[in-house]
Design a protein around this ligand. Sequence first.
Ligand SMILES: [Zn+2]
Ligand SMILES: [Zn+2]
Length: 271
Amino acid sequence: MLADYHTHTPLCLHAEGNPVEYARHAQSIGLAEVGFSDHNPMPEFFDDWRMLITDLPRYFELVTEAREALPGFPIRLALECDYLEGKEKWIEKTAGLGEWDYLIGSVHYIHGGIAVDDPQHMARWTTATDIEHMWSVYWKLYEKMIRTGLFDFYAHPDLAKKFGFRPAVDLRRYYEPVIQALLDTNAVMEVSTAGLRKEVAEIYPAREMLEMAYSAKVPIVISSDAHKPTDVGADFDQALKLVRSVGYTTTVRFEKRQRREVLLPESWPSA
Ligand SMILES: [Zn+2]
Ligand SMILES: [Zn+2]
C-alpha cells in the first residue's frame, strides 16, 4: 500500500478542507497512512502562504482531531520546511517544536522574496539566460539544503520546471550534484504528482532524474502535495507506474523521524 505524506491544511492560508476530510479521503482510496505537512511557520511574519507560529497549537489540535476521528488509521504529523540559506538554526529549533514524524525540505525561494513557483514572478523567466540563471540558483540551493541533513525527505525536486521553463541543455548536469548529495546523506527523494496539476503537466522529478536516483539507490516516497482533500493520493497510479518502470520496488514510511522500507504495491487503481 502507499502513503501520502505531503498534504496541507487551511492554516497555511491557501489550502481548503478540514484535516479530518483529508484523512477520510486517504482511507477511502486505500492509502496505508496519511501525513500532514503544512508550510512551516517562521519566527515572525514572513509571507502569506504559511501557518503563523501562533497557529502551531491549532495545527496540533487539528491533527489530533483527525487521529481521534479515524482510530487505527496512522496519521503523521510533519511540516514542509522552506530551506532558506543562513536560516538553518530556525529549522533546528523547529525540529524541537513538535512530535514530528518527519520534516520535508523544499526550495521555493531562490532569492529575497522570489519564489520559482510563484505565478506573480513568471514574467521574470523570459530569456534563455533568465531560465538558466533560475535553474542554476535553484539547484545549488536544493543541493545545499540536502547537505544540511536537516530533513527526512526532499519535495518536488524539479519544481523550477513548474511553468514549463527549462534550459535547452541536457538537464542531467543540474540533477547530478543533487543525486550525489542525496546519496552522501542517505536521504529520501519525493516523487510528486503535483506537477501533473500544474502548467508543466509532469510528475516531479523528470524521468531522467528518477533514473539517476534509482541507479544511486536513493529511496523515494510518492506524494500528492494536496491542498484540498480530494487531491490526496491524486494520480498515484501514474506515479507508481513511473517509479516501477525505472525499477523501484520499495518506498519508505516515517514515524517519529525513523524510517523503514516497505514494498511498493504492484499497481494502483486510477481515480
Ligand atoms: Zn502550499
Ligand atoms: Zn507542499
